[in-house]
Every structure is written in structure tokens, then in C-alpha cells.
Design a protein around this ligand. Structure first.
Ligand SMILES: [Mn+2]
Length: 309
């Protein structure tokens, strides 16, 4: 990565705090090293992440393929980089990720499933190379580390994670301010969607399984955006009995987006992979192009089976 002068950083569509945080964190460090850096995402910059320092560097993926080195971050499959990227007909040079389900689609694949965030992999890279870490980069990496660990709560958060967090704070990341922007800055529309989502909750198997179903009407009524579903499924795990939480998002064209979370011993990534999805043992997702109702039932069947096993 040190040799290339022009570097393009990509992350997955429907980006989250780790996709943006790891790309911006690495991008700002490379820029300071004198590199010509482009940071692209299929969805551009979502409004809720405008607070990230230097967030304006995130541009929607252009139609034309750039020259130079292409690096993907936090992205388990090539398809998740989005349609624009696929139209470039170019392969990724370096694939830096922490999803165990990563399909190793690049020339060089650096997959670290033991790390709780791609931001953690970027921090290792920065430290190993003794690259200077500007405060703006540290702040972005803090957001990646904090959001993917559920504020340092999930399994996978280790002593090293806290050491990395300390390093970021020492480098200028304001943890309280960033956390407020991540967790206490919900838009009224998102809050309205949350209210409707809670009304849709169904629990099964003595509360071990808890699932939400979102419909296009709920987005209409609340005025929420597609990205406003982030964090909803996690709230089901706040109930003591819940072992698996699921969020089913039914689209107008009957496509179905499924988010799965587990706080027990059940690996939801294995279940997602049965349907062509993937993720981590505690957090995984599936995208079905059609047959929303049927596919929802099929996933629920697998979740019940896992809980009864
Ligand atoms: Mn991640």
C-alpha cells in the first residue's frame, strides 16, 4: 500500500459506522502520507454520518473506473460493494475485512475475523507501519470500533480493543462527543419508525426468539429512510430471555432484507449462509430478491430449529 501513489478505498453499500469509519480513518492517514486518495461508497454519505470528521471526502461511487490501487474495507462479498463498482469490471487489489464469511474476492485478502471491527484492522496496520495518526482519523476509527462492538459490549471486545480505544482517545478522538453523535442523535423520523417497529414485535419459544417486521407503509407513515433501521434489531436483545433477534424488512417489490442478532451460543452467520447471506456469529444478514413472506417463514423455521436443538 506504501508503493501506490493513487489509492481508491471502497466499502459496502448500506454503510454502517465501521464501513465509513475504517475508510475515512485509513484514507486520512494515507492522505497525510502524500497519497492521492479517493473514498467511495455506493450510497455516498448518509445524513446520519455527516458528523464524521472529513466526511465530505466520501463520494458516491462514480461510473468510471479509477486508476491505481483498489482497496475494499469491511465488505464480505464483491457484490456488496455495489452496482457501480461491479460495472467497472475490475478486481479489488486488497480486501481488508473482519467478516469470517468473506469470500476472498481480491488479489490479496487480509481477513481478521478475530477482530471486532475493520477499524481495528486499520489501527493494527497504522501501528505496524508507524504511520502518524491525525485526530480526525482517530475519531473516525473510534466510531468504527465503537459501533461494531456495540459500545464495547459485544463478545469479540478484548483487552486489545480497549488498548486500541485508548490509543485513539490519546490521538484526539473525543469519545463522549462521538458517542453522543452515534447513539443520541436520532432523527424524529427514525424515532417514529422505532415506535412502529416495536409495535410489530412477535416473540416465540418463551421469549427466546424475538422478531420485528417492517413494511413500506411504516416508512411512509414515519418518514424514515432505509438507513434508519440501523440499531433496531439490537434492542430485542435487551430483553433477558431473548437469544436471537430478527428484523424482517419487506420492500414494496416483495424483496426481503433480514438482520439477525444472537447474544447466546447460536451462530446466526451459519444460518444466514444457508440462504446466501453472511456476517459474524453474533450479527448476520440476508437479502432476498423476492417472495418476502415465504422467505421470512423459511428463515423463522431455521431460527426455531436452532433454538430447539
Ligand atoms: Mn464491520
Amino acid at each position: 500500500m506504501m508503493d501506490a501513489s493513487r489509492i481508491t478505498l471502497l466499502s459496502h453499500a448500506r454503510p454502517d459506522g465501521d464501513a465509513y469509519g475504517s475508510s475515512l480513518g485509513l484514507g486520512l492517514v494515507l492522505k497525510q502520507l502524500g497519497k492521492d486518495v479517493q473514498i467511495y461508497n455506493e450510497d455516498g454519505l448518509l445524513e446520519m454520518y455527516q458528523f464524521l470528521p472529513a466526511s465530505e471526502l466520501i463520494q458516491p461511487t462514480p461510473a468510471a473506473s479509477p486508476t491505481g490501487l483498489i482497496v475494499s474495507l469491511d465488505t464480505s462479498t464483491q457484490e456488496r460493494l455495489g452496482k457501480k463498482f461491479l460495472s467497472w469490471k475490475r478486481s479489488v487489489d486488497i480486501n481488508l475485512d473482519h467478516h469470517g464469511s468473506n469470500t476472498l474476492y481480491a488479489e490479496e485478502n487480509i481477513i481478521l475475523p478475530e477482530l471486532p471491527a475493520t477499524a481495528a484492522a486499520v489501527i493494527q496496520l497504522i501501528q505496524a507501519n508507524h504511520w502518524p495518526l491525525p485526530a480526525a482519523a482517530a475519531s473516525n476509527l473510534f466510531v468504527g470500533l465503537s459501533t461494531d462492538t456495540g459500545s464495547f459490549r459485544y463478545r469479540g471486545t478484548t483487552a486489545e480493543t480497549f488498548r486500541q480505544a485508548a490509543y485513539l482517545v490519546e490521538s484526539g478522538a473525543d469519545s463522549a462527543e462521538l458517542s453522543k453523535n452515534c447513539y443520541q442523535s436520532m432523527s424524529p423520523a427514525r424515532f417514529a419508525l422505532l415506535r412502529l417497529a416495536f409495535q410489530s414485535i412477535e416473540t416465540e419459544l418463551e421469549g427466546k426468539l424475538s422478531h420485528y417486521t417492517l413494511t413500506p407503509e411504516m416508512f411512509q407513515i414515519s418518514g424514515a429512510k432505509p438507513e434508519d433501521t440501523e440499531g433496531i434489531v439490537e434492542t430485542s436483545l435487551n430483553v433477558s430471555s431473548t437469544q436471537i433477534g430478527a428484523l424482517f424488512e419487506i420492500k414494496a417489490d416483495q424483496a426481503l432484507k433480514v438482520s439477525l442478532r444472537s447474544k447466546g451460543s447460536i451462530n446466526v452467520s451459519t444460518i444466514a449462509q444457508k440462504f446466501g447471506g453472511g456476517g459474524h456469529p453474533g450479527a448476520a444478514g440476508i437479502n432476498f430478491p423476492d417472495k418476502a413472506t415465504q422467505n421470512k417463514q423459511a428463515v423463522l423455521e431455521q431460527l426455531r430449529k436452532a433454538l430447539l436443538a
